[in-house]
Design a binder for this molecule. Structure first.
Ligand code: DC
Length: 209
């Protein structure tokens, strides 16, 4: 079974993906990390993110087996990933890796922006996670503060809004819910309630409800 989870920045889809994968014994791929890894490789090599040809070459050469670098997780890298992910050639270069990851039994959970619409339109379960920008900014700010780092919540909110705007309005695989996706609004839910709601969706689909 393939579970596709899509949603905007800081919507909690990564945590939900991890928890669902653990619950069902499936592999999990946070596809945002692949775009972040391309962005980091570009910046590390001193290339401008606006250099589309370089971004495509970098994505083509990417070793997507190494996505554990904590430096990929920063908000700056999220913004950079949002820029290079708008290039159709970058998305095309990363397509096979994601499709292949999804194809191995017993099942996989992939989270991102276009899993239910482009990467795995045939996924048995599609969940589109939403939460207001303010709630997402608050969660992200608490997470950063929890790591003992200084945080400016207004700047985090601004960052999230910018990323939403770019990810939704690009022409290549924009962030949007698949027609057959189940909407999960986590604005008023804590993590445990959101995980339970996601499992309920999967179980309802499995039971043919
Ligand atoms: O999910 P994330 O915040 O780690 O994603 C970082 C950026 O990567 C996001 O702003 C847009 C891009 N992305 C994408 O275009 N498609 C995906 N499937 C996942 C991420």
């Amino acid at each position: 079974m393939i579970i596709a989870i899509d949603g905007p920045a800081a919507s909690g889809k990564g945590t939900l993906g991890k928890r669902l994968a653990a619950h069902y014994g499936y592999r999990h791929l946070d596809t945002g990390l692949i775009y972040r890894a391309v962005a980091k490789a570009m910046l590390d090599a001193g290339h401008a993110l606006t250099d589309e040809a370089r971004a495509i070459a970098t994505a083509t050469a990417l070793d997507a087996g190494h996505l554990g670098d904590p430096a990929l997780k920063t908000d700056a890298m999220g913004q950079a990933a949002s820029v290079i992910s708008a290039y159709p050639g970058v998305r095309a270069a990363l397509f096979d890796f994601q499709r292949d990851f999804a194809s191995h039994p017993p099942g996989a959970v992939l989270d991102g922006r276009d899993i239910g619409t482009v990467i795995c339109p045939y996924a048995e379960v599609k969940i589109f996670v939403v939460a207001s920008a303010e709630v997402r900014a608050r969660r992200r700010a608490l997470e950063i503060a929890g790591r003992g780092e200084p945080v400016d919540e207004a700047a985090v909110l601004d960052d999230i809004k910018k990323r939403d705007e770019r990810d939704r309005n690009r022409s290549a695989a924009p962030l949007k819910a698949a027609d057959d996706a189940h909407l999960l609004d986590t604005s008023a839910l804590d993590i445990e309630s959101a995980v339970r709601a996601a499992i309920d969706i999967v179980e309802a689909v499995r039971a043919g409800r």
